[in-house]
Design a protein around this ligand. Structure first.
Ligand code: AMP
Length: 287
């Protein structure tokens, strides 16, 4: 049985659980507050803090894990990254008070105090820049540190930037861009049978991500316009054409289309006289 570490709460937890469930691996808990769950026939899930997942995976307490790229980098642990899940998007940024003269990290005066819950990444960043700073470690609410006189600069996660604006802070640099990643223990990946099972799982997760960006479109179209329909609905290998029992004037065309192109595609099909247009979501898509 391979063990998978998933975030127990926070921004990544629900999306990770939902992704596994859509991939066909629904977590079966033995009790409401359980920290362990069965995940399909081959896997067991443990629910832990996102920040602890790189450690658990690196140590082999879990074979696979889902956590943020920021937390993987901060842990400094050696794990094998198998997949970028695309959600949990944010950046680790350097910010200063709005009215500060600092425009660039190189302008930060030597001896400045930097509040952050990412001391490892922040120190390495300022070392590389050749800026001599002191880290003020905090475990949350980093953005109030400058107002409390605890720090001159902060290094914190930003997604929209609205928290920084509300706290009258201004970004001066991005240290890294982060999304949720699937990581694996290197020793587990060196055993063919285990690596095979984990790669199979990654393929299933990828098929869900791919499907989310697509829609399945069906429309009844006049047989006489099929050549034009083919140009509008390229599909994976071209549209699937199904007979309609109406004496031959109509056929049904089915195709997978990019979610972003559905609106335009429907308009183009209607212009050819299409009727009975249906659009549905796809659960998984394996090309
Ligand atoms: P948690 O502290 O458990 O809510 O998880 C925080 C993780 O969610 C971070 O380490 C990031 O990988 C990710 N994340 C995505 N957007 C944000 C954001 N705006 N602020 C903080 N964390 C974010």
């Amino acid at each position: 049985m391979l063990r998978i570490a998933l975030p127990n709460k926070g921004r990544l937890a629900e999306k990770a659980l939902d992704l596994f469930e859509t991939a066909g691996l629904k977590a079966e808990f033995s009790s409401a507050r359980a920290l362990l769950a069965q995940l399909g026939p081959n896997f067991e899930a443990i629910f832990v803090r996102a920040a602890d997942i790189p450690e658990f995976v690196a140590d082999g307490a879990a074979d696979l894990g889902v956590t943020g790229a920021d937390l993987i980098a901060e842990s400094g642990r050696d794990v094998e990254e198998l997949l970028d899940l695309g959600f949990g998007r944010c950046r680790l940024a350097v910010a200063v008070p709005e009215d500060s003269a600092i425009q660039h990290p190189a302008d930060i005066p030597p001896g400045s105090r930097v509040a952050t819950s990412f001391p490892g990444i922040a120190s390495a960043f300022f070392d590389t820049m050749g800026v001599d700073i002191t880290i003020a470690p905090v475990s949350g609410a980093t953005e109030i540190a400058p107002h409390l006189g605890v720090a001159d600069v902060i290094v914190d996660l930003v997604s929209t930037g609205s928290t920084l604006r509300v706290n009258r802070l201004r970004e001066v640099a991005t240290i890294l861009e982060s999304t949720a990643r699937v990581i694996a223990n290197r020793e587990t990946m060196s055993v063919d049978s285990k690596a095979g099972e984990l790669r199979e799982l990654v393929t299933a997760l990828e098929s869900v991500l791919r499907a989310r960006a697509k829609r399945y479109l069906m429309a009844n179209v006049p047989r006489a316009r099929l050549d034009e329909v083919r140009r509008i609905l390229p599909g994976i290998n071209g549209p699937t054409i199904v007979e309609v029992h109406d004496g031959g004037e109509w056929v049904a065309a089915h195709a997978v289309v990019d979610a972003t192109r559905v609106y335009q595609t429907i308009a183009s099909l209607k212009a050819l006289g299409a009727e009975g247009i249906l659009v549905t979501r796809i659960e998984r898509l394996m090309p």
